[in-house]
Ligand binder design. Sequence first.
Ligand code: FAD
Length: 385
Amino acid sequence: MDYFLTEDQIALRDLVRKIADEKVRPVAAELDREGKFSWDLVKVFAESGLYGVVIPEEYGGTGQGVLELAIVSEELAKACAGVTLAVAASALGAFPILISGNDEQRSRYLPDLASGKYLAAFCLTEPEAGSDTASIRTRATRVGDEYVLNGNKIFITNGGVAHIYTVIAVTDPKRGARGVSAFIVQDDFPGFQLGKEEDKMGIRASATREIIFDECRVPAKNLLGREGEGFRVMIQTLDKSRPGVAAQALGIAQGALDLALDYTHKRVQFGRPISGNQGIQFMLADMATQIEAARALVYAAARFVDSGAKNIARASAMCKLMASDVAMKVATDAVQLFGGYGYMRDYPIEKYMRDAKITQIYEGTNQIQRLVIARTLIREAAARG
Ligand SMILES: Cc1cc2nc3c(=O)[nH]c(=O)nc-3n(C[C@H](O)[C@H](O)[C@H](O)COP(=O)(O)OP(=O)(O)OC[C@H]3O[C@@H](n4cnc5c(N)ncnc54)[C@H](O)[C@@H]3O)c2cc1C
């Protein structure tokens, strides 16, 4: 289908598709096997300007938006969903600065993020606070012209490879969600420590790590917005970022379907390619239809976010929910179409199934996306009376 992309968007898609095919696909299996983050690929992405997509031109980016970030994520994830996060999670970490950074903070941090000199990460999740984000305990206490942070964040994508961390912490425990604030923390600030490095089922080319703040001293000028605004920054960050996760899921699904089409056309059983069987054709047709429906929703939601509309939470949650469920279904069906070979590491398809699963879990599980969607529906119905 034609999504009426602009010339610039088509050029970006074609550029990333080429990078994915020529640079990412050949190393995807090795990075997955070794659970290795690739700085070589970061260099390629940086030289191609992929880190600047969501950063305004005045700070060295290309001033594009969430739709362009989705295009980048989709194309990279067709080849390797793990590698995709070297770009997408840096955008996630930059969003709080884009949302509520002042001129000085933007000038100080965004140019190095746009160029890919430094990567960013977003630190919200804690051992006792996953879906229940209001339960975070990491404390930020004002001492003179600094904040002192104590606590630990887990499962942080780009943890250990990023230099800049946007961190959500409690500044006033008595005020609940209004007592939460957002900070920019550098990995060279005193008291910043790296904790456990995770060994994961999928997206193994992505770095995931615990971040520990042990009397970590953060200059007060690194507070984003005002004290108490952290919860709003966190919600707006996730609203902007979820279409990117949806696009990553879309890329996984499309990549899995492409492999399944190729395989079912070549695999001969009962004297003909297995794609000659109607039962297989129905599966391929359903997979392609689900992917196209997800793509339409992801692109529409990304455009809606880029429009500057305020009420983006539902669209953002819907596209993440749908695309990730499609990715899991399509990748599982693709393994089925490969038969026993699909279960073997020698073939690339099982990785897509492992990679797909995370898209239903992070940046809010799909149960949480359903809660976000339902709450907006119920609120609107109540307002109508
Ligand atoms: C590979 C990876 C990368 C990640 N990257 C980051 C990152 O960069 N930054 C960051 O801050 N976090 C990150 N996360 C954390 C991720 O966002 C959380 O794991 C996720 O939000 C779920 O939290 P939890 O793991 O604590 O699960 P829990 O909240 O304990 O949930 C367990 C189960 O209960 C369900 N559940 C919980 N509450 C409800 C409810 N009210 N109604 C219905 N069902 C419910 C959940 O859907 C889930 O199925 C990452 C996680 C992983 C695995």
